[in-house]
Ligand binder design. Sequence first.
Ligand code: NAD
Length: 459
Amino acid sequence: MSSVTNIYEKQRLFFNSNKTKSVGFRKRKLIELKNTLINNEADILSAINKDLGKHYYESYLTEYFMIISEIKKTIKNINVWTRPQRVKSSILNFPSRDYLLSDPYGCTLQISPWNYPFQLSMATLIGSIAAGNTIILKPSEYAPKTSEIISEIISSIFEEGHVNVVTGGPKVATELLKLRWDHIIFTGSTKIGKIIAAAAAKHLTPTILELGGKSPCIVDQTAKIKVSSKRIAWAKFINCGQTCIAPDYILVHDDIKEKLIKGLSSEIRNLYGKKAIDSESYGKIAHIKHFERMIEFISDEKILFGGDHDRESLYFGPTIIEIQNSKSKLMKSEIFGPILPIITFSNEEELREIILENEKPLGFYIFSEKRDFIKKMSRYFSFGGGVSNDCIIQFVNNNLPFGGIGHSGMGKYHGKYSFDAFTHFKPFIERGTWVDIPLRYAPYPSSFKWLKKVLNFFT
Ligand code: NAD
């Protein structure tokens, strides 16, 4: 029996022991996890820094703080979320009490990526623990230090068979996918998402896919250049552009193209100085494979800003490209790095054509001072989540669900949505026996006008 199968068997036994059905048990484990995360803050930030060169300040804001806030919210609300939810009964079932029971799926699998290695692994884990599942988490092989500390923390708190971390790359993931899971959540690329969906389909396993895509960023003539440039530059180049909801490309109105390019260039310098390579606030590309992709992306393109890089340190500077040809490879796949292509539009039809060339995106951004335009665009296009006059902040509010649509994913999580995502809400009806209304029983009468009257009265 392989070690993966061994852990899986232990999880089956653990789940069948019914231990995770106790809300008190789940809550105690979450409190322990929260305290351990707080005690290990410095080591967590250091691990992320080693993996991705992220400044501690950035990791605190975009990874650590979000998880602490998520776990606190979950601990505070778990008793309410797990309570049976009463719903109105049907007159046909009188007398009855109808409600929804929250039920864990069972033994579940989580596969996560490297770009926000702590946050993306822990957020799903918290929701699933709260829902009462057992979990095998496979973090990404490209963030080994963060995976290591997550693994240490988890094994120090959770009994074997409740929550386990299994490290490794595609080989391990393939082995895990051969097993029959009760639920799978995968965060990563659309390409691998299809492999996950195919493996899950063999066992009819419910699946959440958190994928990527080309998130457009529209800037119209009325946008305030300074604040828009500042917000776009921050959102695009944070984590060296390796953010699933980063603005992938800019669609700027002809009239303000030059001003925007000037604004963006100046804001990039404000963020990272004249030489981003020397800035401690600027990250690095996670892996040589992704670094080579960036090099390939900018060959034969018109570079307006940046383009500097250093293979040895995996540094790739903030870069702005002017798209001159709609067939550019930069417009054919998700960039997922510090390259910002700019395309111009002169009317809404052009805008629509360019955006609809690609699959439904994960993020959608509109910079404009015209509320009508914002309203029109946000209603017209289909996307995972969007923002006007800012980017990527939809991720921060855990009162909002986070997830994609179409090729950018399926299913949503964060806060209460996470608990719901990892829970099967099973309807249950308690019938009373003190009366048995004969309405439904045969033999049926030939005329039933009275039945219509009674039913219509109650509906
Ligand atoms: P990836 O798809 O290459 O890898 C993600 C995970 O899948 C890793 O743990 C990896 O080991 C595993 N994996 C790799 N090959 C596999 C296979 N053949 N079978 C099963 N599992 C396999 O993605 P990545 O490079 O880690 O992350 C970048 C992508 O993830 C981007 O497309 C980005 O947009 C997306 N992403 C999405 C979100 C989101 O919340 N929607 C968040 C972060 C990243």
